[in-house]
Design a protein around this ligand. Structure first.
Ligand code: NAP
Ligand code: GLV
Length: 310
């Protein structure tokens, strides 16, 4: 019987299998490492599978990623050269947009400062508050997640600009691409949001040089991958005042080590890689649709381009 192998030690496998079985009843489901007949496995649904596991499935036909980002999977030198479908799910997109808006509004409205004033019982009332339309937000990455976040920020009246590898058009949003475009975007971005995939081109992009290209007092929000940020460059940029704050959802080491200075820095908001979650109740439909397409001989969608790295 054709089998789907679920490979994600930290996910709630039973919830995924129940949701999948309801939509695709005529498959056998197994949860790695319980796989007595690897030759039966046709589909793998995986998040950070241990290197070599997928290569041990001789009749595998399609790999579905539980995550939007496939950087960790592409690092496995034994990854079979098969169609790799990344996660595109309305729940993942909406969750990310909520996180981005929450963090942008937090810094835009000075929420951290007011919390601090409250702790001191300090009725600190500024004379002026900027409106969203007066605040330039730059979004790095205008893919599924970046485009949605940029569009909703625009609907909140922020002055939004976006950057992508290839030219893009989004209503009401100023768009840039390439090296030159990045410099222009950075020069105006008071709040910078990173929603890029992690590739050899984007790794370490958020470094001291990039911070220096932002207006003084800018804020950086990284919800993409920890390796986009050169971690040792962040605190000096905050302490010098070049950056006013940072919201970080992703880190080089996850969980973030308990002694990491980011935990306690007053200008850093830390969240535990929860900007968005792939959840079975919303995401199972896109996997079921991928299986249906594959069985019907239709082209798969949301395929990763391995040469591009995303
Ligand atoms: P996507 O649809 O593939 O979009 C990627 C965007 O980045 C595209 O606009 C692409 O440009 C742009 N890009 C790629 N390389 C670039 C480069 N060298 N220079 C400029 N732009 C570049 O990806 P997505 O679904 O939006 O997801 C983005 C990332 O979010 C994922 O890879 C993952 O790492 C992260 N993520 C994090 C969480 C979390 O909870 N923290 C959750 C989900 C995803 P083109 O449009 O020209 O191709
Ligand atoms: C989460 O980080 C994802 O890539 O979906």
């Amino acid at each position: 019987m054709p089998t789907l192998l679920f490979i994600s030690p930290h996910d709630h496998a039973a919830a995924w299998i129940d949701a999948l079985r309801a939509q695709v009843p005529d498959l056998t489901y197994r949860v790695w490492p319980d796989c007595p007949d690897p030759a039966d496995v046709v589909y793998a649904l995986a998040w950070r599978p241990p290197p070599g596991v997928l290569a041990g499935l001789p009749n595998l036909e399609v790999i579905f990623s539980l995550g939007a980002g496939v950087d960790a999977m592409l690092e496995d030198p034994t990854l079979p050269n098969l169609p790799l479908v990344r996660m595109v799910d309305y729940g993942l997109t909406e969750g990310m947009t909520e996180y981005v808006c929450q963090q942008v509004l937090y810094w835009h409205r000075g929420a951290g400062d007011f919390q601090e004033h409250q702790r001191r019982r300090d009725w600190h009332k500024p004379q002026e508050l900027k409106l969203a339309r007066e605040r330039r937000v730059g979004v790095l990455g205008l893919g599924v997640l970046g485009a949605d976040a940029a569009t909703v920020l625009k609907a909140l009246r922020f002055d939004v600009a976006g950057w992508s590898r290839t030219p893009k058009t989004l209503p009401g949003i100023e768009t840039f691409h390439g090296e030159e475009g990045l410099r222009t975007l950075l020069s105006g971005a008071e709040i910078l949001v990173c929603l890029l995939p992690l590739t050899s081109e984007t790794e370490g992009l958020l470094d001291a040089e990039l911070f220096a290209a932002l207006p003084r007092g800018a804020v950086v929000i990284n919800a993409a991958r920890g390796q986009h940020l050169v971690e040792e460059d962040l605190i000096p940029a905050l302490d010098s005042g070049q950056l006013a704050g940072a919201s970080l959802d992703v880190f080089h080491a996850e969980p973030l080590p308990r002694d990491h200075p980011f935990w306690t820095h007053p200008r850093i908001v830390v969240t535990p890689h929860i900007a968005s979650l792939t959840q079975p109740r919303t995401a199972v439909g896109s996997i079921a649709d991928g299986i249906r397409r594959h069985r019907a001989g239709e082209p798969l969608i949301n395929l990763v381009d391995r040469a591009r790295g995303y």
